[in-house]
Design a protein around this ligand. Sequence first.
Ligand code: 13P
Length: 332
Amino acid sequence: MVSFKELGLVNTREMFAKAIKGGYAIPAFNFNNMEQLQAIIKAAAETKSPVILQVSKGARNYANQTLLRYMAQGAVEYAKELGWEKPQIVLHLDHGDSFELCKSCVDFGFSSVMIDASHLPYEENIALTKKVVDYAHQFDVTVEAELGVLAGVEDEVSSAVSHYTKPEEVVDFATRTGCDSLAISIGTSHGAYKFTPEQCTRDPKTGKLVPPPLAFDVLDAVMEQLPGFPIVLHGSSSVPQEYVDMINSLGGKLPDAIGIPEEQLRKAAKSAVCKINIDSDSRLAFTAAVRKVLTEKPGEFDPRKYCGVARDFMEELYKHKIIDVLGSDGKA
Ligand code: 13P
């Protein structure tokens, strides 16, 4: 058993309380590899933003959970080396699907876990979430839960349909589980295809797809039921068209990839939404960079030459999210 505190990590409690009061949101960036982690930490250290490092099931399968945890521990030291005296870094399990997995992360030094039992019947979601909360809270580890179902595909988490969170359930759920934050479904979804063309309208001038707005009425109703309670948005990549266009023009195939407009995320960040999950955007930045370098220099075979550019693209993306979308710069 190792406590996250020994690793220099923090949980989300204080961070979320400050974010709600201050009208901004904490970025929750997924990571699978060193370049991504370096880019996240550099962006957070340079902008002095609190940050949540997320480990998904796919990341655990790809990179190994043990290795990722030690990388996060190393990230704290790296942040200090970059001149961030007291880094505010959370190591969070994204979409934990069992008590055993959440427990193993708590025991291993994660400072926050998500138990995602949103696909289960309501009472089973409550029972499993409460079991995780009861365990995690003994070690001061914070717990995110989910009500409602997001559509889309994220590693091994997928659903063809979405169900908005029912505002009438949130008080009962939060009270009976004791969870620290609640992920809700208001129209965001995982992946780079968040809306079908049929769900969108087309801008007559540019011909580009315009996605439907998020269900802010559902968010407002949740906030009315649970004033000041930390709300989380998953599936919040905006799928920057500059990367999509770059990928498509360099031999890729991402037709009609579309995300959540950044103005909508900015609006959400000013409310009780205090954690915004972004994964797909950094995948797009990485892929665009690699395609660009390998197209421009077909003779290149040193991975540092294209992974290094990918790291620069991701760092720029993370800084933009922190400063221009979530407003968390200068808050750590
Ligand atoms: P995106 O696919 O929109 O980046 O969402 C990531 C996410 O919600 C991780 O849990």
